[in-house]
Design a protein around this ligand. Structure first.
Ligand code: SDX
Length: 431
């Protein structure tokens, strides 16, 4: 990073100089940490549309060009040539693993996939029809009750163990949330299966017959996890960083991230996008819904469309669409009606003045729902799969923050527009 002093802020007759910091890619930043001390004013940026909350080396997004890099590697190359656990290693440690490092990391994750047997009872406390994201939020938060030996965030060894435990146990917790919701017995992880094959088996095998993992579907699942692994300082990652800045244990921080991801404007959009496609039902109804999405008085939005950062095609959406076609072909699903609606909707929206002018393109959630439904998951599981994959991104960002010597507790201020000071009135005098 390089810096220079060429940002000035004029306040009345005064001008104040600020340091400009230049990164390796993307916009530079003005360091305004002393702005309040210098001017007696706060800056104002609800939604953080122009605010860099931290310095990071993990993921870079160029929203105008539709570029996504994990530690400098293009998402297209990683998704095509890599695997999810290799991506986890890259995000956590900054470099692609050697063969030996990869083997050791895979072994370490594999031997942490079981969860404490007593956690089994947590599920029984939920209604069978509980949303799996509610179960995930509860169970992941509870992990700190079982693994106190990896909650001292000042100890690098405990941070590493907690990171591995989170990555390894999320598939088991997620699969059991699914099994519980459909009233089927839990399936334990197997050490002779790779990460994604193990997950599919825990979700779809039943005690009555042998389950054979389809390698094409396991590869598709693994690629979907890669696409969702990290995405810079999005809402849920910022939640994890803010929770972590108070010194909270990593399990509690990840549970906070899961809760934030659940929102339909964020990770919940994959579930909402599929529900929207089902609501549209057929291509002839698309114009009606596009009109509604454009109507300021109608809260309806095209789910899976638009993005705070991407003002071009989300590169993950292209790969997801390709994966969608591969999965449907492997399963012999021809002319999936929802895929037809999605592709027609995309075509019409991308030629509509409103979407063109506002630079609204399909994002990762637009095609993921069709793919996940074809793999056999109910819509309520879609955001759970997003959380499973994003856990490594949350953990990597949390680790980077904890290891940053300059980090301090996050504590934003406000513009106060409430009542001025006034004295208490006893109720008899309140009229
Ligand atoms: C994810 O941040 C990340 O990196 C997130 C994520 C990740 O990997 O972590 O990429 C994952 O969350 C993807 C986004 C999933 N959400 C959806 O698909 C929900 C639908 N999209 C919108 O809700 C919206 O586009 C957001 C929330 C994604 C982004 O909203 P912004 O950046 O706050 O933009 P905005 O709401 O200010 O929209 C700008 C304009 C507005 O119109 P004007 O007020 O300027 O007239 O575009 C309009 C919006 O009304 N608009 C849409 C729209 N998205 C934005 N209009 C119709 N349909 C949409 N989908």
């Amino acid at each position: 990073m390089t810096t220079d002093h060429n940002a000035q802020f004029a306040v009345g007759t005064e001008t104040v100089d600020y340091e400009v910091m230049h990164g390796t890619e993307g916009p530079s930043v003005v360091n305004i940490a002393s702005f309040y001390k210098d001017t007696g004013m706060f800056t104002y940026d609800p939604g953080f549309t122009s605010t860099a909350s931290c310095e990071s080396k993990i993921t870079y997004i160029d929203g105008d060009a539709g570029v996504l890099l994990y530690r400098g590697y293009p998402i297209e190359q990683i998704a095509e040539q890599g695997d999810f656990l290799e991506t986890c290693y890259l995000l956590l440690y900054g470099e692609l693993p050697t063969f030996q490092q990869h083997q050791e990391f895979v072994k370490s994750v594999t031997y942490h996939t079981m969860i404490h047997e007593q956690m089994n009872r947590f599920y029984a406390g939920f209604r069978r029809d509980a949303h799996p994201m509610a179960i995930m939020t509860g169970c992941v938060g509870a992990l700190s009750a079982f693994y106190h030996d990896s909650t001292d965030i000042s100890d690098p060894h405990q941070r590493m163990i907690a990171s591995i435990r989170m990555i390894a146990k999320m598939p088991t917790i997620a699969a059991w949330a699914f099994k519980y919701s459909i009233g089927q017995p839990f399936v334990y992880p197997r050490n002779d299966l790779d990460f994604s094959a193990n997950f599919l088996r825990m979700c779809f095998s039943v005690p009555c017959e042998e389950y054979k993992v389809n390698p094409v579907l396991a590869r598709a699942m693994d690629r979907i996890f890669i696409l969702h692994a990290d995405h810079e300082q999005n809402a849920s990652t910022s939640t994890v960083r803010l929770a972590g800045s108070s010194g909270a244990n990593p399990f509690a921080c990840i549970a906070a991230g899961i809760a934030c991801l659940w929102g339909p404007a964020h990770g919940g959009a994959n579930e909402a996008a599929l529900n929207m496609l089902e609501q549209i039902g057929s291509a002839d109804r698309i114009p009606e819904f596009i009109d509604r999405a454009k109507d300021k008085n109608d809260p309806f939005r095209l789910m899976g469309f638009g993005h705070r950062v991407y003002k071009n095609y989300d590169p993950r959406a292209r790969i997801m669409q390709k994966t969608c076609h591969e999965v449907l072909a492997e399963l012999g699903i021809k002319d999936d009606p929802l895929l037809e609606v999605a592709m027609e909707l995309e075509k019409l929206a991308l030629h509509d003045e409103y979407f063109v002018e506002k630079k609204l393109y399909p994002n990762i959630d637009f095609y993921s729902g069709i793919t996940l439904r074809a793999l056999g998951f109910p819509t309520t599981m879609f955001t759970v799969l997003f959380a499973l994959a994003r856990t490594v991104g949350w953990i990597a960002q949390w680790k980077e923050m904890v290891e940053d010597p300059s980090q301090k507790i996050g504590r934003p201020r406000q513009l106060y527009t409430g009542a001025k000071r006034r004295d208490y009135l006893p109720s008899a005098q309140r009229g």
